[in-house]
Design a protein around this ligand. Structure first.
Ligand code: HQG
Length: 181
């Protein structure tokens, strides 16, 4: 991703996950905004982009964070929301183990309460260890927790798979987490 696309992606994440009103927009129930309205909002914030440019940004985004609807007229973030939206993902069976990247300062709380969504709508789990390292590194020295998602699913916990490979669930009680020594 170019630096320019990175900057615009960051602004789009803010608008499409957390603060649409900061750009004069409103997410619909499924989390979408009209593409035309997003392009106008980006232009107002000094990031003029053509529709073709937006297509390129969406395709180039390092985590495939955004997706158009079938008509191509609306766009949304595929995960990461703090706003309550209905992404419409069907429940899916996770692999037997998933990973969560975090940092040491949260460990005590996670041992007590398990993983909770904090400011977001869901707890986010990574499909592999390396991805979880990248997620944890956003906050400091990464620490990767292994989650026994096979047992969780068997016990009735519901999981969703975002289109970019991130797994979502409401919460992970501490008993399903392998903590480092
Ligand atoms: C921690 C990024 C205290 C949790 C990533 C995390 C992901 C607790 C932080 C996506 C806790 C929340 C989400 C508890 C969890 N007590 N702390 N009980 N339970 N935590 O950013 O998973 O680049 O909301 O470990 O790649 O870090 O933005 O979640 O450290 O997919 O597209 O509280 O965001 O994607 O942080 O990241 P976040 P996350 P993007």
């Amino acid at each position: 991703m170019t630096e320019r696309f990175k900057r615009i992606s960051k602004l789009m994440s803010l608008i499409l996950r957390h603060k649409p009103e900061a750009a004069g927009l409103r997410l619909d129930e499924e989390g979408y905004v009209p593409v035309e309205a997003l392009l106008r909002a980006l232009e107002n914030k000094g990031h003029a982009l053509t529709r073709a440019g937006l297509d390129e940004l969406v395709a180039a985004n390092d985590k495939q964070r955004f997706a158009f609807d079938e008509s191509g007229l609306r766009i949304r973030a595929v995960q990461g929301h703090s706003r309550r939206v209905d992404l419409g993902y069907a429940p899916a069976t996770p692999p037997s183990m998933l990973f969560h990247g975090t940092v040491a300062k949260f460990l005590d709380a996670i041992k007590r309460e398990g993983l909770t969504p904090q400011r977001r709508q869901f707890v986010h789990l990574s499909p592999d260890h390396d991805t979880a390292v990248v997620v944890g590194r956003r906050r400091g020295t990464p620490l990767v927790l292994e989650v026994d998602t096979g047992t969780m699913a068997a016990e009735g916990h519901i999981f969703y798979l975002a289109t970019n490979g991130v797994w979502l669930t409401d919460a992970v009680p501490p008993g399903f987490i392998a903590f480092p020594e």
